[in-house]
Ligand binder design. Structure first.
Ligand code: ZN
Length: 283
């Protein structure tokens, strides 16, 4: 099997026995070159099976105030809304641009961005459209969004075209926002907390840096509290000067980690620190 990200050679890495949500033995394959790891079992599922799995595993907490598998969910969502608002106010994002939350689930981030900050974040979800407030498939026009945010999405994709479709929505001078788990090396451990029944793609700093350059982004920032990357197509010198001024503000305003390239922030072992606490790189 060839790697979705770099086309390198992927080989069997390890397996996990689930025994629920219709999943039994799941096989994870790892790329020799970039370390990107994909569940070949998920990739081989029929579309109807995938949809059933997705609905079964998410329907328990969407529309509620918590996710038992992710205790920081609400706190992080607020931090993400705060970061997007701040990024717009300092000129990292286009304040009056078209902003889209791609695969937004029940739309909590869009609600926070609107209710707390008075900004509009459009919503799209292929599986979980709930009302007329969601964009239709036809409304997903290529290069028409100044900001495309994906939170906890990149770990659910199993075809290269699905990744490319997200990037394709970003306008020529636009920004891509990503929240997912990224690590230096994907643990070959069936007990790893991140091997949820609906997680099929596991990203490394190297695989993300490759996607970043393949798609033509120039620089990025990472918000540690929000656990959110923003990837830019703009002049890196311009972005860097904004970030330098923003980070000098102090106080409760978000701080940004800047890099010309992909911000490879998470270098340590991607394990849960404690059941109620922060989760390094958690998506
Ligand atoms: Zn690869």
């Amino acid at each position: 099997m060839n790697c979705l990200i770099c086309n390198g050679n992927s080989r069997f890495s390890f397996a996990k026995e689930f025994g629920f949500h219709g999943l039994d033995r799941v096989e994870y394959w790892c790329c020799d070159f970039c370390g990107f790891t994909l569940s070949r079992t998920h990739a081989d599922l029929a579309p109807s099976e995938w949809e059933r799995l997705n609905l079964e595993s998410h329907s328990g907490y969407f529309g509620t105030e918590s996710d038992p598998g992710d205790p920081r969910w609400r706190t992080r969502l607020r931090a993400q809304a705060d970061l997007l608002d701040d990024a717009a106010s300092i000129g990292l994002l286009k304040p009056d641009g078209r902003w889209l939350d791609y695969a937004c689930g029940d739309g909590k981030l869009a609600s926070l961005v609107h209710d707390v900050h008075g900004r509009e974040l459009l919503k799209y979800d292929r599986y979980l459209s709930r009302d007329s407030g969601y964009l239709s498939d036809d409304a997903l026009e290529v290069r028409r969004f100044d900001l495309v945010v994906t939170t906890s999405v990149f770990e659910h994709l199993w075809q290269r075209g699905q990744f490319d479709a997200v990037h394709a929505l970003v306008s020529d001078r636009g920004t891509l926002g990503i929240h997912t788990l990224v690590c230096e090396t994907v643990p070959r451990d069936p007990a790893w907390f991140y091997l949820a029944s609906v997680h099929c793609a596991f990203h490394t700093n190297r695989s993300m840096a490759l996607l970043f350059s393949q798609w033509g982004y120039t620089c990025s920032v990472y918000g540690v509290e929000a656990q959110l990357w923003l990837w830019f197509k703009a002049d890196p010198g311009h972005i860097e000067s904004i970030v330098r001024a923003a980070n000098a503000r102090g106080g409760s305003k978000p701080a940004y980690v800047f890099k010309r390239g992909f911000v490879d922030y998470w270098k340590g072992s991607p394990m849960r620190r404690n059941p109620q606490g922060d989760l390094p790189g958690r998506a």
